[in-house]
Design a binder for this molecule. Sequence first.
Ligand SMILES: CC(C)(COP(=O)(O)OP(=O)(O)OC[C@H]1O[C@@H](n2cnc3c(N)ncnc32)[C@H](O)[C@@H]1OP(=O)(O)O)[C@@H](O)C(=O)NCCC(=O)NCCS
Length: 192
Amino acid sequence: MGRHLPFFVTLGDKETPVEQRLTTERLALRPFTLDDAPRVRALVGNWKVASMLARVTYPYGQELAEQWIAGHEHRRQTDADHPYAIEKDGELVGCIGLHRVDEGKAYDVGYWIGEPHWNKGIATEAGRALVNHAFEASPVSHLTAGHMAENHASGQVLGKLGFRYTGTEQIWNEARRAKVLGLRMVLKRRNG
Ligand SMILES: CC(C)(COP(=O)(O)OP(=O)(O)OC[C@H]1O[C@@H](n2cnc3c(N)ncnc32)[C@H](O)[C@@H]1OP(=O)(O)O)[C@@H](O)C(=O)NCCC(=O)NCCS
């Protein structure tokens, strides 16, 4: 299958195509810029966030945040990843993105929200917008997602988005430098 979200990268103003910006009632989803690095470091450098993400090094320094953001454009252009900064009231509060998986048949949804902003429905609201956009903008048959077994809040978010459990896996957690039990989930395209 070819590139799924070509209009993320080819339509509109080249630097900020319209589809790189999604809006919801309270949120703006937009590309990260290097100016976001200090805030990303502060939010992801929190153990409660880093330890729930598979591939985040801990401690998490600003250089890592800058490298991560600097890689976004290439990963978007190659349809490997579509990362969005989540902004609320003009402030960066989290991240949500799509990662191409299953040999291009699906995207995996991942996200984090800064601890001061938890339990305000932000992950759910951003997730709804991104899931809808992924199905509208690409031909994928399903989306996947996963969370660590202990991460009940994330399971709750994915359940509200319509994801259902499919199985378990042992996943490497970079912050903890250990394997942990993960739960896998899927959301199939409706009427498709
Ligand atoms: C998981 C995370 C993204 C949730 O973000 P959020 O914006 O707080 O999520 P929402 O407010 O939309 O929804 C959270 C839901 O979890 C529930 N919840 C929160 N803590 C919970 C817990 N310990 N046990 C069970 N449910 C919990 C909330 O009640 C809410 O459900 P409800 O709306 O049905 O009441 C956020 O906590 C986070 O970023 N954690 C660290 C990184 C992470 O886990 N990323 C996801 C990796 S898979």
